[in-house]
Design a binder for this molecule. Structure first.
Ligand code: PMP
Length: 420
């Protein structure tokens, strides 16, 4: 084939904004996307990303699983599959969920391309512009971005060191309804929350479920970190207590590998059909190759031991971060002490603006995510999320030390300014 010079080379199309659909205006890059380009430079210690650490995953074993799959069942693995997801994997997903007290029927599971796709589907079937989604304060940036694209108004619910506060939820429902707005669902991450690392206790789970059920509000329980408890298992999933009013989201991204892009939604039967149709319209079917790789892995490999190895790896890193925060951060800073998952949430004195401080941290060769990324309303400017999942413990200590220095300098600069 010979090369052809394009005939039309006049640059970007004219009046693009007018040609886009109205909803495209709500498609903005997340605050943390631009940060990752900087944070991934090798000289920077990145406490910013939430990338699972795959160094504990035996790659030879994964290669064997994939090779055997292709040689014995390649025709199915490389073919289109069911829109709802592979039946065998849906059964195995029910076994995984049983670890958190859930008794489920594989018929009610929809396999998705990561749980992020499930967030998109749920938003698509529930949210009209202006509808309210309730969410913890702070909450997962990727979910906030999705709700925003569907033009929801996110109302944050009060949290404390134990997570979502039931009275705060009651108050939020009351004030949203008094303003005449519709609440579509409560979005919550009860286990080792992103970004706070907090674990919601069992009694609060029951109380929140009761409130939502009474008020006719669905609960979207997002649970990618539930099996990553370091010292003890997390309480039963909320879905274990309520199969009618909870939409449960799970993922293999943190317990196996995010590159597989396999997650799922366990949904009340009344919602299943709509979600499958919505999913088929975006992806036709989840990848059979990924699903069958995970299915073979779960069938033939010691996956529970593998999760235990991940927990060991993350626990050592959590300890390195908490110890170095104690050592290098000023006494006026506060932070959470997660029992699992990937994140620590740090709160500084209110005069510190963590977004404005970021360039100084980069100069000191450390990156984090400024707190405002996790709020839909601009709050959180004096907080930050630190992730301990990816760097080595030595690099974590180095990064926290450098960041502690930046924070202290910023604090003394501020108090100097106040004296002037
Ligand atoms: N929910 C939460 C709380 C997350 O932290 C993440 C990823 N960091 C996701 C959903 C999406 O994960 P995935 O699509 O890989 O399953």
């Amino acid at each position: 084939m010979s090369d052809v010079t394009p005939r039309f080379t006049t640059g970007a199309p004219q009046n693009l904004e007018e040609r886009f659909a109205g909803r495209a205006a709500h498609m903005q890059p997340s605050e943390i996307r631009s940060l990752f380009a900087v944070a991934s430079r090798p000289e920077i210690v990145s406490l910013a990303g939430g990338m699972p650490n795959l160094s504990a995953l035996p790659m030879g074993m994964m290669a064997d699983v994939v090779q055997k799959l292709i040689l014995t069942n390649g025709a199915e693995a490389l073919q289109y599959g069911s829109g709802q997801g592979h039946p065998k994997l849906r059964e195995q997903i029910c076994e995984v969920m049983a670890l958190e007290g859930i008794r489920a029927n594989p018929d009610d599971v929809l396999v998705t391309t990561g749980s992020q796709q499930a967030l998109d589907l749920i938003s698509r079937i529930f949210i009209d512009p202006g509808d309210v989604v309730l969410a913890e304060a702070p909450s997962y940036v990727g979910a906030l971005g999705t709700f925003h694209q569907y033009e929801a108004k996110v109302v944050h619910v009060e949290t404390d060191e134990l997570g979502l506060v039931p009275d705060g939820l009651r108050a939020a429902i009351k004030s949203v309804r008094a303003a005449g707005r519709k609440i579509k669902f409560l979005y919550t991450i009860p286990n080792y929350q992103n970004p706070s690392g907090v674990l919601l206790p069992a009694d609060r789970r029951t109380e929140i479920l009761t409130i939502c059920r009474t008020e006719g509000i669905f609960v979207v329980e997002d649970n990618p970190y539930g099996l990553l408890g370091f010292d003890k298992p997390s309480p039963n999933a909320m879905r274990a207590e309520d199969s009618e009013n909870v939409i449960y989201l799970g993922s293999f991204s943190k317990t196996i590998a995010p590159g597989m892009r396999v997650g799922w939604a366990l949904v009340p039967p009344s919602l299943k059909e709509k979600l499958i149709i919505a999913s088929e319209s975006s992806i036709l079917c989840p990848s059979n190759f990924s699903q069958l790789t995970i299915s073979s892995y779960l069938a033939d490999q010691p996956w529970r031991d593998q999760i235990a190895s991940f927990c060991e790896l993350y626990k050592v890193r959590r300890d390195a971060m908490l110890e170095s925060l104690d050592e290098y951060f000023p006494a006026s800073a506060k932070w959470t002490k997660p029992g699992g998952g990937f994140y620590v949430w740090v709160t500084l004195p209110p005069e510190i603006d963590t977004k404005a401080m970021m360039p100084k941290a980069i100069v000191a060769k450390v990156a984090y995510v400024p707190g405002t990324a996790f709020y839909a309303d601009g709050f959180g400017s004096w907080s930050m999320r630190l992730s301990y999942c990816y760097p080595t413990p030595e690099r974590i200590r180095e990064g926290v030390k450098a960041l502690g220095g930046v924070v202290k300098t910023e604090m003394s600069r501020r108090s100097g300014n106040q004296l002037n």
